[in-house]
Ligand binder design. Structure first.
Ligand code: PLP
Length: 403
């Protein structure tokens, strides 16, 4: 199929739920991807944070190829060597005490599991989530997600899930009732605009949950696995939740979600309470083992720390130059740049110039590059952003449409 045929086929045969960008990506290596015409892009999107180790990391490719010849599928009703190995590796890196996991296939599923677990463990129905949060789009996860454009078309949602203003401990305390089972929070709100929770907030939630006997549940689907410079973002505040949701980069690009919990919390689930056919699929677990090995042995999270500082200071320099940049924020290589206008044009123009970036809400350009990105590739992105912002600012100040 040529480029146009590929585009036409997806447009006509695939549910029209994704906001598509007009390129066809067919190849990737490290922090680079190529389109069907051979044009190269530096990838600061990495599939919404999935390709954290880089595209087609050789160790992931090798693990997948080997396992594909051995055993591709094995229901969790039977034991499997790769699943056991992955569970060991995973619970070796999760924060202390989070030693029991349910494996699924996506971030939303990891949240669904957490919501059910909270109800089962406490016998109470109510979940407190945060305004601005994003937890996925399946019915339960969607009910905890904040943005009304995602929620309203699907009312009625799962009952007894309510939202509190972010980063406000008083409001959290006021919201707790006799019916509350858990508080669910992202240590850094990703889709919500790369907003880092302030010091003291997660610590305060931990105290509140201990006092009221609630479960504290962190959604680290986007912030986890080294993205912020620590293995898990909650480690910046030394706060350990009772339940943690993971997905995106966990298997080097293959679909894998994990809900990890304290042993006695997960013990509330009895046989049949929760499942998915693919839970702990050997092929995905083989990729997951390789991903954890690379993350730990090659100290990939350290890259996020020092490259994150390098990138953030370059973005702050851009801010000093461009009045259209309102704020630069984030931790490690989970960064956001809030603009004074809609970012769609910036996304499309940087793409034309060979750099893929993401949005996070209408005004925020989001950067989730592979942690193996180079300083030169960061420099390229900064140069491209510089010129695109200049074009946008000029177009706006002259009143001409910025296209
Ligand atoms: C924090 C967070 N939780 C959950 C999800 C949902 O993950 P998925 O799209 O894999 O269902 C996302 C996706 O962006 C996310 O960022």
């Amino acid at each position: 199929m040529n480029e146009q045929e590929i585009i036409d086929t997806e447009n006509s045969l695939m549910a029209n739920v994704f906001s598509k960008k007009p390129i066809v990506i067919t190849r990737g290596k490290g922090a680079l991807v190529w389109d069907v015409n051979g044009k190269e892009y530096v990838d600061f999107n990495s599939g919404y944070g999935v390709a954290l180790l880089g595209h087609c990391h050789p160790k992931i490719v090798e693990a997948v190829c080997q396992q594909a010849q051995q055993l591709i599928t094995c229901h969790a009703g039977y034991y499997n060597d790769k699943r056991s190995e992955f569970l060991r590796k995973l619970t070796e890196i999760t924060p202390k005490g989070l030693t029991k996991a349910f494996l699924s296939n996506s971030g939303a599923e990891s949240v669904e599991c957490a919501l059910k677990l909270a109800r089962k463990h406490t016998g109470k129905p109510e979940i407190i989530a945060v305004m601005g949060a994003f937890h996925g789009k399946t019915m339960g996860a969607l009910s905890a997600t904040w943005d009304k454009k995602y929620r309203e078309p699907f009312f009625p949602l799962v009952p007894e899930i309510k939202h509190i203003p972010p980063d406000n401990l008083e409001k959290a305390r006021e919201a707790v009732s006799e019916k509350t089972a858990a508080i669910l929070v992202e240590p850094i709100r990703g889709e919500g605009g790369i907003r880092v929770t302030p010091d003291g907030y997660l610590e305060g939630l931990r105290e509140l949950c201990d006092e009221k006997k609630l479960l504290l549940m962190f959604d680290e689907v986007q912030s986890g696995f080294g993205r912020t410079g620590k293995l898990f973002a909650c480690q910046y505040w030394n706060v350990i939740p009772d339940v943690m949701c993971l997905a995106k980069p966990l298997a080097g690009g293959l679909p894998l979600g994990a809900t990890v919990a304290r042993e006695e919390v997960m013990a509330s689930f009895k046989v049949g309470d929760h499942s998915t056919t693919y839970s702990g699929n050997p092929l995905v677990c083989a990729a997951g083992c390789a991903a954890i090995d690379v993350l730990v042995n090659e100290r990939i999270a350290d890259n996020a720390s020092f490259l994150g500082l390098y990138f953030k200071s370059a973005l702050l320099e851009l801010q000093a130059k461009h009045k259209s940049i309102k704020e630069v924020r984030g931790l490690g290589l989970m960064l956001g740049m809030e603009l004074k206008f809609d970012v769609l044009n910036v996304l499309l123009k940087t793409m034309e110039k060979g750099v893929l970036v993401l949005d996070a809400g209408r005004n925020v350009v989001r950067f989730l590059p592979p942690l193996v990105i180079s300083k030169e590739q960061i420099d390229k992105a900064i140069a491209v952003l510089d010129s695109v912002l200049e074009e946008e600012e000029n177009a706006r100040s002259s009143g001409a449409p910025a296209n």
